[in-house]
Write a protein of this length. Structure first.
Length: 254
């Protein structure tokens, strides 16, 4: 790939609202669909990108349907159904382990606010792992057949996600951006928190305070050394994204 010197633009997008988001449950690697509202968020994200002249040349998703569907809707509405899409487990949501499917409000009531916050937002804390039968079921899933190191994790901290997204950033996304192309990543709240932590070299405290809303395009531009020109990027709708991120921060508190 030839490099043009001026890196392309990176668009980060958390999938539209999923059924478990709407139910206030932890989702993790559960493969749940979008809600009708989540599908509409994807349509609006396409409109925002079109408005700003940000048409992706390359797209990356996780291997979970809520991310795949969001990208499909967006590309279809940009008349770019033909754009190459790469799907990778490295962009999956955090493996939430035993919290998967649990109602956030109930977990917070049982564990207490401090432990709940640590499980959701700290860099190093992780909840209990998936039960053995759940993990076995996951490891039998054909999409994870070629994962090294024993296959899907039973649970992850954010640091574990940073470890799995970093090579994808360094070896795949960065190389594509250096060709000057516009790259869209449609992923998940914690996968994107991990990627933003890498891009912006966030401190542990900054990571703990980072929340990423669904369906809100976040644009990064870079200098020639692939350093973000604006730390934290720029949302297509900054005020709406700020309010939505604040709502994510207090999920389960009601
Ligand atoms: O996996 C989930 O439950 C969500 O997508 C992210 O949840 P969180 O914002 O509570 O980490």
């Amino acid at each position: 790939m030839t490099t043009t010197g001026v890196p392309g633009e990176l668009i980060l997008l958390r999938h539209g609202q999923s059924t478990t988001n709407a139910e206030g449950r932890f989702t993790g690697w559960a493969d749940v669909p979008l809600t009708p509202h989540g599908e509409q968020q994807a349509v609006r994200a396409a409109w925002l990108l079109g408005r700003d002249g940000l048409v992706p040349d390359l797209v990356h998703t996780s291997v979970l349907r809520r991310s795949i569907r969001t990208a499909d809707i967006l590309l279809s509405h940009l008349d770019r159904a033909w754009v190459p899409v790469h799907r990778t487990w490295r962009l999956n949501e955090r493996q939430y382990g035993a919290l998967t499917g649990r109602v956030k409000r109930e977990v917070r009531g049982e564990a207490g606010p401090s432990r709940y916050q640590a499980w959701r937002r700290s860099l190093t804390e992780a909840p209990a792992p998936l039960a053995a039968d759940e993990l076995a079921r996951l490891r039998a899933d054909p999409r994870y057949a070629r994962l090294a190191d024993g296959g899907p994790p039973a649970v992850e901290s954010l640091a574990d996600i940073v470890a799995r997204v970093t090579p994808y950033w360094a070896d795949v996304l960065a190389a594509q951006l250096l060709t000057g192309r516009t790259v869209l990543v449609v992923a998940h709240g914690n996968a994107l928190r991990a990627l933003v932590a890498v891009l912006d070299r966030l401190t542990e405290r900054e990571v703990e305070n980072l929340n990423i809303p669904t369906g809100a395009p976040l644009l990064y531009r870079f200098d020639a050394a692939l350093r973000p020109t604006v730390r934290g990027g720029r949302y297509a709708e900054p005020a709406a994204a700020r309010a939505a991120a604040e709502a994510v921060a207090v999920e389960g508190h009601d």
